[in-house]
Write a protein that binds this ligand. Structure first.
Ligand code: GRF
Length: 217
């Protein structure tokens, strides 16, 4: 079974959605470990309660970004994962780290990329007056919140939305989207082709997702 390591910085609700899907048997992966860059990340307790090993690599203990990245890579590699999943991991990882995990490092971002990379996506979406917002799962490249898009989910922006109501609507989609993307990866159905993601055998899935370019293979 495919082995996965999840990196978090906070409450870990996306991590929890992956653990729940794996537990329910709808996501055929083994979550080998959960790593955080902060010891107060709430998700660490959730992971431990699920019997998943946890480690903290505190970025404040390292003089340089490169030193932190190296320590994080050592902690990840101790689990020999097939896939590294960033789930609310709030540190920028350097180009060497990202290249080392090329094709097996994915992230979820709370906007329809390439709109609104970076922080405060929901507030910025409201300020711009967009009518559609959402979330994106993508392969990670050295550019922040950029990389081949695996799948997106869209939500309406409603009159009267606050940052909180919009964030909650997007988060509910994130919790569906990330297990789906990881399942596709685990099934070997994601191919990178000319910098874009191709999903093999799309007929295996139904639903109104904004899915990648597809192939009937
Ligand atoms: C999510 O909105 C995720 O897209 C973003 O940070 C948030 C993390 O939430 N990168 P959680 O820790 O998974 O609950």
């Amino acid at each position: 079974m495919l082995s996965v390591v999840i990196l978090i910085s906070g409450r870990g609700s996306n991590m929890a959605s992956l653990l729940a899907a794996a537990d329910a048997g709808t996501l055929p992966v083994r979550v080998a470990g959960v790593l955080a860059n902060r010891s107060d990340a709430g998700g660490l307790e959730t992971a431990a309660a699920c019997g998943v090993p946890t480690r903290v690599v505190d970025h404040r203990q390292f003089a340089t970004r490169e030193d932190f990245d190296a320590a994080m890579a050592t902690a990840i590699d101790a689990f020999s994962p097939d896939l590294v999943v960033l789930a609310g991991f709030m540190r920028i990882l350097g180009a060497a780290f990202v290249r080392n995990y090329h094709g097996r490092l994915i992230n979820i971002h709370p906007s329809l990329l390439p709109s609104f990379p970076g922080l405060h996506t929901h507030a910025r979406a409201l300020a711009e007056g967009v009518r559609i917002h959402g979330c994106t799962v993508h392969f990670v490249t050295p550019d922040l919140d950029h990389g081949p898009i695996i799948v997106q989910a869209a939500v309406p922006v409603l009159d009267g939305d606050s940052e909180e109501t919009l964030a909650a609507r997007v988060l509910a989609q994130e919790h569906q989207l990330y297990p789906l993307a990881v399942r596709w990866f685990s099934e070997g159905r994601l191919r990178l082709c000319a910098g874009r993601v191709v999903l093999d055998s799309p007929q295996l899935d139904s639903g109104a997702l904004i899915a990648p370019q597809t192939s009937a293979r």
